[in-house]
Ligand binder design. Sequence first.
Ligand code: FES
Ligand code: FES
Length: 161
Amino acid sequence: MRVTFTANGKPVEADDVWEGESLLYVLRERVGLPGSKNACEQGECGSCTVYLDDVPVCSCLVAAGQVQDREVRTVEGLADESGLDPVQQAFIDAGAVQCGFCTPGLLVQTHDLLEREPQPSDTDIREALSGNLCRCTGYEKIMDAVRLASARKCQKVGTSE
Ligand code: FES
Ligand code: FES
């Protein structure tokens, strides 16, 4: 079947999609967006997290046919022409990336958290990221990165007011 949807603001078409194929597979293998990672393919790790109509989902659990005429935003779509999203930059600056396999999902999930709650508590952060597993960092650098992104975003809003 053919699946047509919007990925990072651009219309895309994927042909010859098998009915059981996941959105994650379509993104990585058919439409050239390999940023979302396949670490478990069972909805356990969050590495494949993308926005589907502005809601974070595990793309390995979404059947490709379900995204027909809908909007998908992947980690590639967080940056814009002005550069990296503050969340992406904060993960780099805080040293929160080691092997990087978990990073795309954490970035999307953190981006969503800060859209909803610009100044999250540590409990808010832990809760928001509880479905995103990282085998490398021990999570402290990730916490630092989220706090840094939050501080920078709030500073930016403060200076633009
Ligand atoms: S690859 Fe989708 S949750 Fe792990
Ligand atoms: S940085 Fe390796 S799994 Fe998180």
